[in-house]
Design a protein around this ligand. Sequence first.
Ligand code: CMC
Length: 444
Amino acid sequence: MTRELPELPTVSAAPNEKATIRFQSDGRELELPIISPTHGPKTVDISRLYRETGYFAHDPGFLSTSSCQSKLTFIDGDRGILLHRGYSIEDLAQDSNYLEVCYLLLNGRLPSRQELAEFENVITRHTMVHEQFKTFFSGYRRDAHPMALMVGTVGALSAFYHDDTDVTDPRARMIATHRIVAKMPTICAMAYKYSVGQPFVYPRNDLDYAANFLHMCFSVPAEPYDVHPIVARAMDRFLILHADHEQNASTATVRIAGSSQANPYACIAAGVACLWGPAHGGANEAALRMLMEIGTKDRIGEYLARAKDKNDPFRLMGFGHRVYKNYDPRARVLRESFHEVLEYLGKQREPLFELAMELERLATEDDYFRERKLFPNVDFYSGITLHALGFPLAMFPALFALGRTIGWISQWKEMIEDENQRIARPRQLYVGAPIHPYVPITER
Ligand code: CMC
């Protein structure tokens, strides 16, 4: 089905368009080239700034700084647009599936039927981990957080696949990308099983990627477990919606780690570590915790009032977005899946989900939230969807990491294959003590 595409202007700078930086101290000027993106803001190339003027540019948090060129993902927050390789997230979530999106992100184009079948086959046949790999888990406390298990065990893949990981060899890079996409669900499910004290479940090659992951999480040796297509579809969509989000903190971490030509599995482990932070991968958990704290529908008014009170630090978790100032396009898709899952599981009347729907209604009708364009974001719906699927809160960031792995490894591959790639080496504005002589300990 073809959906109408939103209007999105392509951008081109005039051939001689330049920016001039002028130093008031001595009147010196430097002309800087303007680079045009396909879509989005034009970019001033400041890479010569230090060499030619002796000045650094200062931009903590990269608020105005592009750190790389990328062809993977485009976001227009004002228009609520997210594209992967030029395809809208709505089209991909509706008509594609996670492994096809993985192929698209990795290879830059949609696969033919045969290419997709081959890709599915190669991923499916690499899902098992070395039997010895299990022993890593038993070294952890039994109540270890799944993300602690993931950081360690994903990094441990580098011990199994070090010798053949020559990042300068395209074939070795391809094998590494296939292995990480294939083994991540197995490792993520093992982290879950370990954290709940159940035996690890081996992958099944007759199931698709999402269904196999659910099988490894929720089946137990004692009884059969069937993954319903609606539930598998919701999991698959969750993974698609988290596949990539251009240069966010964890992706930038993977790129920076990889820029030294480090082992790719170790780079992905760095991404997992960064994602663990509550400011990145923790928002869906925070949204669900907030719903649990609100508890009953009659208390929603009290929490809305608190969210609007400037003297109260409380914010409505799962509402608003730094980039999407119109609507988070991922939220719309996941909202649909959430309702499908609730209906299939017969959980529409469960108090927590009724509460969530009432909060969504009241907040979206409220002038405060409407005026500030504070809509429910993807984390609002992912929190309640994952809860409906039966995942505990501690697994939420691990599931985010599972979906984002394809983004991390595709961005890593793009970075390694970029001929302008150099080791990432940010500069700094030193504001410490000025030079002064060392004082021997006897004289202090
Ligand atoms: N509840 C109540 N008021 C809010 C909220 C909220 N969730 N979010 C923003 N505001 C208000 C804020 O107080 C400000 O009001 P005023 O203009 O009167 O001072 C106005 O809206 C603009 O807020 P802001 O802080 O300038 O917006 P921001 O772009 O800096 O913040 C945000 C974005 C996501 C940090 C924020 O909306 C928030 O804290 N939301 C709750 C946490 C959450 O759901 N985070 C997940 C985001 S999605 C993550 C991802 O994609 O990876």
